[in-house]
Design a protein around this ligand. Sequence first.
Ligand code: AHM
Ligand code: MG
Length: 337
Amino acid sequence: MTVNRRILTLDEFTLQQLRQFPTATGELSSLLRDIGLAAKRVNVEVNKAGLVDILGDAGTINVQGEDVKKLDIYANNQFMGVLQHGISCAGIGSEELDDFVVFDDEVSNQSKYVVMFDPLDGSGNIDVNVSIGTIFSVYRRVSERGKPCVKEDFLQPGNRQVAAGYVIYGSSTMFVYATRRGVNGFTLDPSIGEFCLSHPDIKCPPSGKFYSVNHGNFFQYDINVRKYIDGCQRKTKETGGPYTQRYIGSMVADVHRNLIKGGIFMYPGTTDKPKGKLRLLYEANPFAFILEVAGGKATNGKERILDIQPTELHQRTPLFIGSSEMMAELESYLNQE
Ligand code: AHM
Ligand code: MG
């Protein structure tokens, strides 16, 4: 008789990690459990998006001037709700909200962490059944516990993240998170409603075949970026190619593929938008942290993403992120006069 391999759930895994730190309080495990719970609720709605009247525009424009889809609002409320009612989070910042939210109640003021998230990244893809995701970033607050959290708790450079992760609502639903100790991926088993450890200790291959960029903007990119993209298209077997271009338009899906298989993702500045499109605090920073822990790299073209001192919640940054050797080659182009 064959014996089933022991499956570790997300909760079991985080508790197991906790046991290795005798002084740990369990607040991070609790926070990850809360995020996992919200992700499962969002997953249910994403799966039936075509069936119920939750699909489509909510008819409002968010703080970035973009159309807000109903699922964006639903996801935002789920993540904010679990974090507000949990025991670990003192406040949040979200792509969908104008400003930081300080929870300011007895339990929250005692909490150790603040969280920033993009509740539904790639939401332009909802209507067409393409993978979308949630991205989150966790910081230990710098303000005194017992009091409401403050702006400085949120405006910390990415190198101070305690944990970061994403959920991909794809052909299966996965929860991937990183701490300094490693990156681990959990696949949702719908039959038991649990995220189960499926991708332990993820390492990003140093090189790969994929490059992901919006080619439609090609003539708006800086000359060195264009030269690099041109170089990607000229790769031969002898120079590590041929490369394959893959751009889904959901950063979570594009970076997830490149993390697992090796590749590079770019959202450079354009002549119209010199800072690009992506947001530092809840898109670039969490992925930069995850990729670096997995052995990859992330820059804005001039400096390491994780070293940028943020000044505001919704600030944007150009982003180049991926496998270490591919990033080194990219940087050799970007550094040209
Ligand atoms: P969103 O947060 O409004 O969904 O926008 C972010 C998304 C990323 O997931 C994706 O990589 C990018 O926007 C695609 O933008 P573009 O269509 O300009 O290439
Ligand atoms: Mg979004």
